[in-house]
Structures are given as C-alpha cells and as structure tokens.
Design a protein around this ligand. Structure first.
Ligand SMILES: Nc1ncnc2c1ncn2[C@@H]1O[C@H](COP(=O)(O)O)[C@@H](OP(=O)(O)O)[C@H]1O
Ligand SMILES: [Mg+2]
Length: 366
C-alpha cells in the first residue's frame, strides 16, 4: 500500500515540536529563577526579547529536519539568525543554548527521532540555526518555523507557542503548534499558567484532511494518544469569546472592541500571547480571534501558517479583514494582507465580523 501523503513530514514535525516544547518548558522554568533570567534573555534590535529557547528550538528543529530529510535541499524560513549569538560577548549565551540543545537532543530517541552520536559542537549548533535563512516564496517546499512565538509571554511565565508548518508552492500543507502552557481548563488562559499536569499540548493538522488533532504534552516522551479537535458550535455573538493579543502595540484594542460590540459580542475579550489564540479557536475555547496591527507593520508567515491550517481543519475560517485567504506565497511577509487577520469558529460569525469591519472602517483611525 502506498505510504500516506506527507506521513513522514507530519510525523517528524509533530515529534520535533514535542521535543522542542520540552526544551522550552525547561528554559521557562529556569527563567523563573531570578539568578538565571538575565543570562538567558537578550534584546533584539526592535527591543523584543530573544531567549535561549528561541535559538535552542531553532537549532533542534533544523538539525532534526536535516537528519530526516537531508540538508541539501532543505529550505527553512525561521525567525532567528545567528548574528547576535555569534558575537564575542554572547559566549555565555551560546554556552547556555548549547547545553539546552544537547540536553534536549540526548532525549531525542524517546521521541522517536534521530539523536547525535555525541553532543553537538557550538559550530554545528550555529550552522543549524543559520541554515534557517530561506526567504520562502511561491515555488517549492519550505518549512516555516517560529521557534518561540510570543516570546514576551514566554519570558513573563505566560502563554507561548512553538510553531512549525510546511508550505509547498505557496500553500500550507501542514501545521503543528506546541502550546506548553495551554490549560486544560479555559479559565487558565486568562490566569497565565496553572498547576503541573493540567497543561500543555501539541495540535496538528494536514491541509484538506478535515481533521485536526491534539496530543497532551507528557514529560520526557511522545504520547501515543491523540484526540480530534473541533471548533465551537456557538454562532451567536452574545455567547462568543473573542481573543486578541495582550500587547496593544500589536493590535488595536480600541478598534477590535468596536468591531466586537457592533457584531453583538458582550463578553470581555480574552487577551492571550502568541498563536495560542489559534489553538483556542481550534479546540473550541474561543470563537473569534482578531489582530489589527498598525498599518506600517507587516505580518510574517511564521506567525500564522501553523495556526491557520489547524483552525481550518478543525472547522474554522481564517481570512484577512477583506475576507480573503492569507497569501503564504510571497516570501517572509503576508504581502497584500487587507488590514487585519480574523479567525472564526464558523461561517456565521465570520460573515458578521466581516460586515462589522466593512461598516466601521470608514470611521476608524488605523
Ligand atoms: N508592532 C507589532 N504589531 C503586530 N505584531 C507584532 C508587532 N511586533 C511584533 N509582532 C508579532 O506579534 C507576535 C506576538 O503575537 P501576540 O502579540 O499575538 O502575542 C510576535 O511574535 P514573536 O513573539 O515570535 O516575536 C511578533 O511576530
Ligand atoms: Mg512570532
């Protein structure tokens, strides 16, 4: 019998996101200790933080993909580069990345993944991170990785996601989201993290399968069980929960509050860091996700690819504010995006939201 389409790609992506999530859990625990926090976080040129986990995840995902699929024609579009990590003053940080990567990879066989014969040298780690410098585009296959999405949430001990997707000829073929702090109970989403054993999952979906899946994150290994995800059946705005970025710099809270109000939403918005918002829609914990960035900001493909395919396969709808599908074929950015991103659990809410955008745009100040 012919092997299922994308079986190795899907299986590898899910397993490596589990492994990457385990690295993140360990680094986030360390960040809670005041003594080690400074050594693990650095500021990027735009003042956003980057941590041992961002580089560590990028290194292990890149290394594992190269082992399984060969490094020769491997194209990976990812958020981090090696510039600041290679500087002389970053030696301590590079050492911490190296320890985190080698600790994670030493467990790789428990996740059914290849494992290096001996710990990776720092040059090999930098090479793995640096390999992820593809710019994507309309042709060919590209892996798309946000090693730690919502780094601000991550350093604050809150929600974040590891996001990996595969794009072919501009279309997202599969997506995997690791959400190590995703609470089993929805109330936990607005309370940061909750008790051990009640949080953490990996969600994944293959385009066109009509199925999206969730596995629990289990310490030190790969779970056999997976459950099907289904979006919420709520289509009355009065009962709907809207989620949006925590940071008002990343989305215009005033504008989205106006939209929510005019479509009839009554509940307070749920503010959550990272692509965990897509996860919340996919599993039925929320019905609407909106992000309206400043018009000068260009959305990047790694912040959406994995989440979009998971929401769609779980039964939801994701478009820009004009109702068009997001275009992943133009390189690193979602070129041509009409104003903002909206994800809904179903067509009814989506149409109402598009209508609200249309009605309110004239009077907006975005
Ligand atoms: N000015 C801005 N407007 C909109 N989005 C921004 C932004 N600056 C950064 N972002 C993106 O918003 C992501 C976080 O999403 P959210 O606000 O929903 O938690 C960031 O991901 P990283 O944390 O991976 O850099 C980054 O890609
Ligand atoms: Mg991101």
């Amino acid at each position: 019998m012919a092997e299922e389409f994308l079986a190795t790609e899907m299986d590898t992506a899910v397993r490596v996101v589990h492994l990457a999530s385990s690295l993140c859990v360990k680094v986030q625990d360390k960040l809670r200790l005041p003594s080690s926090a400074n050594g693990h976080v650095k500021s990027k040129d735009d003042d956003s933080p980057v941590t041992v986990a961002d580089w560590g995840v990028q290194a292990i995902v890149s290394w594992v993909l190269a082992q399984v699929f060969g490094g020769q024609n491997l194209s990976i579009v990812a958020e981090e580069d090696t510039e600041s990590l290679s500087k002389a003053e970053s030696l301590g940080l590079l050492g911490a990345v190296s320890s985190a990567v080698n600790e994670a990879l030493s467990e790789a066989s428990k996740y059914g993944l290849p494992k290096p014969d001996k710990p990776l040298e720092t040059t090999e780690i930098l090479e793995a991170i640096g390999r992820c410098n593809s710019l994507g585009g309309p042709k060919g296959r590209h892996w798309v990785l946000d090693p730690v999405d919502g780094t601000l949430g991550f350093v604050r001990g809150d929600q974040y996601a590891v996001a990996l997707a595969l794009i072919e000829n501009g279309k997202v073929l599969l997506g995997v989201l690791g959400c190590p702090n995703y609470p089993v109970k929805k109330e936990g989403l607005s309370n940061g993290c909750n008790q051990p054993g009640t949080k953490g999952c990996v969600m994944y979906a293959k385009k066109g399968s009509g199925q999206a899946w969730m596995q629990p994150l289990i310490p030190g290994g790969y779970p056999e069980a997976a459950t099907l995800l289904k979006v919420s059946s709520v289509d009355d705005p009065v009962l709907a929960t809207v989620c949006e970025p925590v940071e008002r710099a990343n989305s215009n809270h005033l504008f989205t509050a106006g939209l929510a109000n005019s479509m009839g939403v009554r509940k307070k918005p749920l503010r959550v860091y990272s692509m965990v918002k897509y996860a919340a829609i996919a599993c039925g914990d929320a019905e609407v996700f909106m992000k309206f960035a400043q018009s000068s900001y260009k959305e990047k493909i790694w912040d959406h690819a994995a989440g979009v395919v998971i929401v769609e396969e779980a039964g939801g709808v994701v478009t820009d504010a004009g109702g068009r599908n997001l275009d992943f074929s133009k390189g690193v950015y979602l070129e041509g995006l009409d104003r903002g991103i909206i994800a809904c659990s179903g067509q009814v809410l989506h149409e109402k939201l598009i209508g609200a955008v249309y009605a309110s745009w004239e009077s907006s100040s975005l």
